[in-house]
Design a protein around this ligand. Structure first.
Ligand code: CMC
Length: 380
């Protein structure tokens, strides 16, 4: 194959790398469309729960009432961590970033799975359920351990989202908090071939075990151009501190050629990310009953970025105000994304296993070619 005649698509922009039945993103003239298995994300955010969405992503259909009850029960039974993992969380440096801890714990879970290399549909689904159930516990336990607080074990009376907040903070969340967490988890559950999901699918295409695929995805999510943006957003809001400073801050950053975190998107170019609209309403709702300043500063930043750069906020922008008002520590913002996206990652890994071809693109070599080897003693 003559590679020189081919054009490099930097960042694989607009390259279609695989088929999927999990998530549909379209950009129409004036709006972005996002559907999970054909269902609009806005409607799921309005009417569904994270458990129902995770079921939908994994199995392709909305569950019946009894299927959902059984699935939710299974997740509850799988929430608790083996003592070895609690030991690991205790031994890791309390100063480690929780995303580093998460990927280490996933890898450790792999060492404890006797059937790590089994990839049949049912076995993969069972592993996916276990990971979905355990992600919130890993994060909440690590946070309690690092801050010298006693562990709060999972509460079977609570759904996935509410239980996470309960394990993290040691008290049952208010209704508005539990629902906000649930909606946020629904909105982050999947997003087609985002970088972390692509990393998971590349690993799956080599037929690597599911833990290896999830470790690849977890590592990739952490980068500031991907899920890491949400933590950067709250750091920016804290730095700005008051709404009237937002414009001057944005202008200064842009003049220096820096990016404003939580803005821009590879796919939603010139249109707003549909998840942002839901999250913005959620942030506003929380701002009315909790601390209003995060939402107020965010509004001012949104206006300024549009004024100077004509960019829209992405999913990571208003999530920051939501998490801040849910009392989630800044460095747990990315893990919260992972707690949700594990459902999408595992659905994609299973889809890749079941219709697999090794993902192995090419690179155009731009270095010097056919060089003559010079023995060490003759080199100057
Ligand atoms: N701040 C300032 N300028 C920006 C930003 C931004 N956040 N995003 C894009 N631009 C500019 C960029 O400089 C370029 O301008 P120009 O044409 O004048 O050179 C133009 O917009 C097009 O940008 P691009 O580099 O072609 O965009 P990309 O598709 O390669 O990158 C992105 C997409 C998300 C990495 C980028 O928008 C970005 O760095 N955003 C900030 C980080 C962020 O919020 N990431 C979260 C992404 S969405 C959810 C997720 O994946 O977690």
């Amino acid at each position: 194959m003559e590679l020189k005649s081919k054009k490099v698509k930097e960042g694989l922009q607009d390259i279609i790398a695989c088929k999927t039945g999990i998530c549909r993103i379209e950009v129409e003239e004036d709006r972005g469309i996002l559907e999970y298995r054909g269902y609009a994300v806005e409607e799921l955010a309005e009417r569904s729960t994270f458990e129902e969405v995770a079921y939908l992503l994994l199995f392709g259909e909305l569950p019946t009432k009894s299927e959902l009850e059984a699935f939710s029960e299974e997740l509850k039974e799988l929430r608790e961590l083996p003592p070895q993992i609690i030991g690991l969380l205790t031994n890791l440096s309390p100063f480690s970033h929780p995303m580093v801890v998460l990927r280490t714990a996933v890898s450790y879970l792999g060492t404890m799975d006797k059937h790590i290399h089994y990839r049949s549909h049912d076995v993969s689904i069972a592993k996916a359920k276990s990971l979905i159930a355990k992600f919130p516990t890993i994060i909440a336990y690590f946070h309690r351990i690092r801050s010298g607080q006693k562990l709060i074990h999972p509460n079977d009376e609570l759904g996935h989202a509410a239980n996470f907040l309960y394990m993290l903070k040691g008290e049952e969340p208010e209704k508005i908090e539990a629902r906000a967490m649930d909606v946020d988890l629904i909105l982050h559950a999947d997003h087609e071939l985002n970088a972390s999901t692509f990393a998971a699918r590349i690993a799956a295409s080599t037929l690597a075990d599911i833990y290896a695929c999830v470790v690849a995805a977890t590592g990739t999510l952490m980068g500031p151009l991907h899920g890491g943006a949400s933590q950067k957003v709250i750091e920016m809001l804290r730095e700005i501190a008051v709404p009237w400073r937002a414009e001057e801050y944005v202008k200064m950053k842009l003049e220096r050629g820096e990016r404003i975190m939580g803005f821009g998107h590879r796919v939603y170019r010139g249109v707003i990310d549909p998840r942002t609209l839901v999250l913005k309403r959620l942030a506003e709702k929380l701002a009315r009953v909790k601390e209003p300043k995060w939402y107020q500063i965010s509004l001012a930043v949104e206006d300024a970025v549009y004024k100077y750069k004509k960019l829209y906020p992405n999913v990571d922008f208003y999530s920051a105000s939501v998490y801040a008002n849910l009392g989630i520590p800044d460095d747990l913002f990315i893990p919260v994304f992972a707690i949700s996206r594990i459902s999408g990652w595992t659905a994609h890994i299973i889809e890749q296993y079941e219709n697999n071809r090794l993902i192995r693109p090419r690179a155009l070599y731009v270095g010097e070619a056919c060089r003559k080897y010079i023995p060490l003693e003759e080199r100057e």
